[in-house]
Design a protein around this ligand. Structure first.
Ligand SMILES: Cc1cc2nc3c(=O)[nH]c(=O)nc-3n(C[C@H](O)[C@H](O)[C@H](O)COP(=O)(O)O)c2cc1C
Length: 188
């Protein structure tokens, strides 16, 4: 069984809604268990232990000022003891971001997640969902999932196409996680 945890920040609910779609995609893959953790829940041994036991950690933040939100960066910095102990070495990692702009410098938020994962010695899973697949990936991203929320509540935006893309992204990460865990079993 591959264990996935999605750790995310969301102030107005759009990133949280996308997190649930990514979770649905992950959980649709046979052999994957997926959980959700808000960054403010990542306190104490129980929540950190969930991340320590995960085979894949999926990172999610709104894009704020062309990067990850400060609350998400706080989580990143608090993971420093895991970095020091190489606790997350060789776990899989993937990331997604939600921005208000069509571009909105979302790439920078994904890049900072990617570098964060590499600092931990994790293995980055790219988007793997192509713009050529009808109705998916309207923002044409490759490093991770990008979604765009307009000025409307999270029940209305991001649009259905972004949620479908989030489900497909979750499936892709889940399939990779199953292969990764199976390979680990084969070696032991
Ligand atoms: C302080 C602040 C900075 C923002 N900066 C950006 C930005 O650089 N690029 C962008 O596309 N959207 C930006 N936005 C819009 C948010 O990314 C967008 O509203 C997103 O849906 C918020 O996610 P949430 O509903 O999960 O909190 C910003 C919003 C705030 C409050």
């Amino acid at each position: 069984m591959a264990r996935a945890e999605i750790v995310y920040f969301s102030a107005m609910g759009h990133t949280e809604a996308i997190s649930r779609s990514v979770r649905d995609g992950l959980a649709s893959v046979d052999g994957v268990e997926a959980g959700l953790l808000r960054v403010d829940e990542v306190e104490g041994d129980e929540a950190w232990g969930r991340l320590d036991r995960a085979d894949v950690i999926v990172l999610g933040s709104p894009t704020y000022m062309g990067g990850v939100a400060a609350d998400f960066k706080r989580f990143m910095d608090q993971s420093g003891s895991r970095w020091y102990g190489r606790v997350w070495m060789d776990k899989l990692a993937a990331g997604f971001t939600v921005g208000g702009g069509l571009s909105g410098d979302k790439q920078s938020a994904l890049q900072s997640m990617h570098v964060f994962a590499c600092q931990h010695g994790m293995i980055w899973v790219s988007m793997g969902v192509g713009v050529r697949e009808p109705g998916l990936d309207r923002l044409s991203s490759s490093m991770g999932l990008m979604c765009q929320a307009g000025n409307a509540p999270a029940e209305q935006t991001p649009p259905a196409e972004d949620h479908a893309t989030a489900v497909a992204f979750g499936e892709r990460v889940g399939r990779v996680a199953v292969r990764w865990v199976r390979g680990d079993d084969a070696e032991s």
